[in-house]
Design a protein around this ligand. Structure first.
Ligand code: BUP
Length: 451
């Protein structure tokens, strides 16, 4: 009989997208799938995507999960982290929901950001199921998370060496991890502790891309014992109806002539930095498609594009017909697949990194926070792109237009970089061929889910 699998994403598009892709993939491999949707969602993008996903995938069941709002929370806290916390604290509401599903579920996939939910669920008498984690980050960052409960981080050190793993540069570790009271840190420590109760960790990466870390994680030689790490990426695109006007503009551009600029779904940029980016793009003389966000949560976005970019800069961009700037949600995967795209200037969110890797699109990284420096390290080491580390964390200092111009030119004109990125794309494809590493691991996963 087909196994019935439930999935519970946490908050934010960077977490929802890989869950939707995993749900679609499991459904295509003879699993019955129920997706739990924590309500209300933080961003408008999440509710919109959930609606279009369920209408395009009527065979996947939707189960809304009303999250109890936090009674007192820091109003200045990150709304996505606060939602992780609200989900974790509402976990007692899940057992009746999960045990009402028919046929009974045999496994639940939790987000790494809310893995600690397993602590309450696994001991519940009405649920006799297996638990898996979907790690929405690089294997490299995941390997650090597993060690978090046992680490005392000293910012004065240069490197961190953990038994059995490639060493980490201290400057790449997200600053909140140096503060044990920080909400993100306390959550990640609890999530890391919960990993031992999990049957398998599924990850949107592939063996060739992170071979050293994946082999270390599965060697049993690290100081932390954890379940099997299952690299099954790059996750495949699922059919998403709807239009994206940027694609029509791309249709008119020559092959590999456009740099796609996007710093993810929740990167708020300062006006000064927006100006330097715009000037830098213009000076580089490269065509560009720039997706701009000035607030962390899209629901709060009220500023007109003209005001964000500045009247004179926007006029210059329009006059030169060198590029377009958009504020709305775009179909990033389709953009990255488009023949006109020659490079991707990105914050190195893990989904974005994998989407570029899958298509062999060279990247220019400018990291903002969280796992992004770890992701950028992986990306650079694999030969997928450039990472000017001296730019610091995005927002740390004003990066000037001349610096941006120089790196955009390099991104778009360096032939060696382009062919190395193409090689990454070929390896990503190979992972999904018959006998390929990700294809094999998915087969193993499906067998595990049938048990
Ligand atoms: Br913006 C934007 N269209 O307009 P990341 C993003 N995306 O399809 P993030 C679009 O959202 P975290 C848009 O393809 C990727 O799948 C994009 O995830 C898609 O970054 C996803 O790259 C964004 O991981 O999340 O949003 O910063 O902070 O969790 O990394």
């Amino acid at each position: 009989m087909e196994p019935h699998i439930a999935l519970l994403p946490s908050a934010g598009m960077g977490h929802l997208m890989p869950f939707l892709r995993l749900a679609a993939m499991l459904a295509s491999r003879n699993c019955k799938v129920t997706l739990l949707t924590a309500q209300p969602t933080v961003s408008a993008a999440e509710s919109k995507h959930l609606n279009s996903f369920f209408s395009a995938h009527p065979h996947i069941q939707r189960l809304d999960f009303q999250v109890v709002p936090l009674l007192s929370s820091n109003p200045h806290g990150d709304p996505f982290f606060l939602q992780f916390e609200a989900i974790i604290r509402s976990v007692h509401l899940l057992p009746p929901l999960l045990s009402s599903l028919s046929p009974p579920i045999s496994a639940l996939f939790l987000d790494i950001a809310a893995a600690t939910c397993v602590d309450q669920l696994a001991d519940h008498p009405s649920l006799s199921i297996s638990y898996y984690i979907l790690s929405t980050t690089s294997a490299r960052f995941f390997s650090l998370i597993t060690h978090l409960p046992h680490l005392t981080l000293e910012s004065s050190c240069v490197n961190l060496k953990l038994h059995g793993l490639p060493s980490f540069s201290i400057s790449n570790i997200p600053p909140p991890f140096f503060n044990p009271q920080n909400l993100f840190t306390t959550q990640m420590i609890s999530n890391a502790r919960a990993i031992s109760r999990i049957k398998g960790v599924v990850s949107n990466t592939f063996h060739w891309f992170e071979a050293e870390t994946i082999e270390a994680l599965n060697s049993g030689k690290t100081s932390i014992t954890h379940p099997q790490f299952l690299p099954i990426g790059p996750f495949k695109h699922y059919e998403d109806p709807g239009k994206c006007s940027s694609l029509s503009w791309l249709d008119e551009q020559p092959a590999r002539s456009v740099v796609y600029v996007s710093f993810g779904s929740r990167t708020a940029m300062s006006k000064d930095q927006i100006k330097e980016i715009g000037e830098g793009l213009l000076k580089s003389k490269q065509k560009f498609l720039w997706v701009l966000k000035s607030v962390k949560v899209d629901k709060a976005e009220e500023t007109e594009l003209k005001e964000l970019v500045g009247h004179s800069l926007l006029e210059k961009i329009e006059e030169k017909k060198q590029g377009i700037v958009v504020k709305e949600w775009v179909k990033q995967e389709e953009i990255l697949t488009h023949h006109a795209i020659g490079g991707f200037f990105s914050h190195c969110g893990w989904n974005s990194t994998m989407e570029a890797a899958q298509r062999g699109v060279p990247m220019l990284a400018w990291t903002l926070n969280g796992d992004q420096r770890f992701n950028a390290e992986v990306m650079e080491k694999a030969g997928l792109g450039l990472w000017p580390k001296h730019w610091g964390w995005l927002g740390e200092r004003l990066v000037k237009s001349e610096e941006i111009e120089e790196k955009i030119e390099e991104l778009m004109q360096d032939h060696k970089l382009r062919s190395m990125a193409q090689k990454v794309g070929e390896e990503a494809k190979r992972a999904w061929e018959i006998g390929g590493t990700s294809e094999e691991v998915v087969g193993q996963l499906i067998e595990m889910l049938k048990l």
